[in-house]
Design a protein around this ligand. Structure first.
Ligand SMILES: NC(=O)c1ccc[n+]([C@@H]2O[C@H](COP(=O)([O-])OP(=O)(O)OC[C@H]3O[C@@H](n4cnc5c(N)ncnc54)[C@H](OP(=O)(O)O)[C@@H]3O)[C@@H](O)[C@H]2O)c1
Length: 276
């Protein structure tokens, strides 16, 4: 099949590569994208097309894999360009957002959620799918680098699973960084580390690793935390945990292009944006 990926980011390029390894020709849309995306797509052997009309005209299926805050706009652009094929939204969005995109796209919509890092080797990364055509879209992937699982339930179920998973992983990362920032602001950082050493011996190293691992991606996590908060409030549960996490990641967004972020820089970014 000819399939398209919108867009080959860090995760998207590995989804494109998995489709290519499964025997498909994989196209991507160059318009509007930056140098890093162009480089990644070229290295993976994906075929660039200059305009959205060409992408939708040639592809039988599309995978949307972009920053969560852009997922609805990407779907709207595809629909406006007249696409009628299978459309997999694999973004970290709330079930309600997935259902809105379902309404926009129509019956060919398949809901997806990805758990794990970019899929570079087997066993690390799972793509969950739900909705009417989920089995058919699962059949696009025959390469074993990506684990593909159909979740029972309608469109929105795969996104719900992703929201629950990331609520813990990225939520606790933000919480740890907020705690380190508070300890720093109160001048009790060394004392907290001493107490952690006694009673929570993994938290010191974990907060440092979290700072290094999340700083460059924090700008993208803001939208994801807002989608998680919306998932909670839509079911009458408190969304405040993840709105606070969104605030922490927003403060870190200035580190997007920092080549070597560490805990010190992260705490500085969080603390210099203190509010009353
Ligand atoms: N990376 C992970 O470990 C991971 C894990 C699980 C799920 N995911 C999900 O996968 C999706 C993509 O993540 P990623 O890691 O590939 O992100 P990424 O590396 O930041 O790449 C995002 C891609 O989308 C493009 N993009 C940037 N701003 C955009 C906008 N406003 N509208 C449309 N496209 C835009 C970027 O192009 P330019 O930068 O060239 O403009 C780039 O090609 C997200 O929904 C994320 O939650 C990622």
């Amino acid at each position: 099949m000819k399939l398209g990926v919108l867009h080959p980011g860090a995760m998207g390029v590995t989804i494109g590569a998995a489709l290519k390894a499964s025997g498909h020709e994989v196209l991507w849309l160059k318009e509007g994208r930056g140098e890093e995306t162009v480089r990644r797509a070229a290295e993976a052997g994906l075929v660039s097309v200059p305009a959205i009309g060409e992408l939708v005209g040639q592809c039988a299926g599309l995978v949307s894999i972009c920053p969560p805050h852009a997922a609805t706009a990407v779907a709207a652009a595809v629909k406006q360009a007249g696409f009628t094929g299978s459309y997999l939204d694999a973004n970290a969005v709330a079930p309600a957002t997935a259902r809105q995109i379902h309404e926009l796209i129509g019956d060919t919509f398949v809901d997806g959620g990805i758990v794990g890092p970019p899929a570079l080797r087997p066993g690390t990364t799972r793509l969950y799918l739900s909705g009417h055509d989920a089995e058919a879209v699962a059949g696009w992937f025959s390469d074993d680098v990506l684990g593909v699982h159909v979740v029972s339930g309608p469109a929105g179920a795969a996104s719900a699973l992703k929201m629950c998973y990331a609520a813990y992983t990225k939520g606790t990362s933000a919480l740890l960084l907020a705690i380190r920032a508070l300890a720093e602001a109160e001048g009790v950082g060394p004392s907290l580390l001493e107490e952690w050493q006694r009673s929570q011996p993994d938290l010191s190293a974990r907060s440092e690793a979290t700072a290094r691992g999340t700083a460059a991606k924090a700008w993208r996590f803001v939208g994801e935390m807002e989608e998680i908060a919306a998932s909670f409030t839509a079911r009458g549960l408190p969304g405040g945990f993840h709105l606070a996490a969104a605030d922490i990641y927003q403060r870190m967004a200035e580190l997007k292009n920092d080549a070597a972020p560490d805990l010190e820089k992260v705490l500085e970014a969080i603390l210099h944006q203190r509010r009353d």
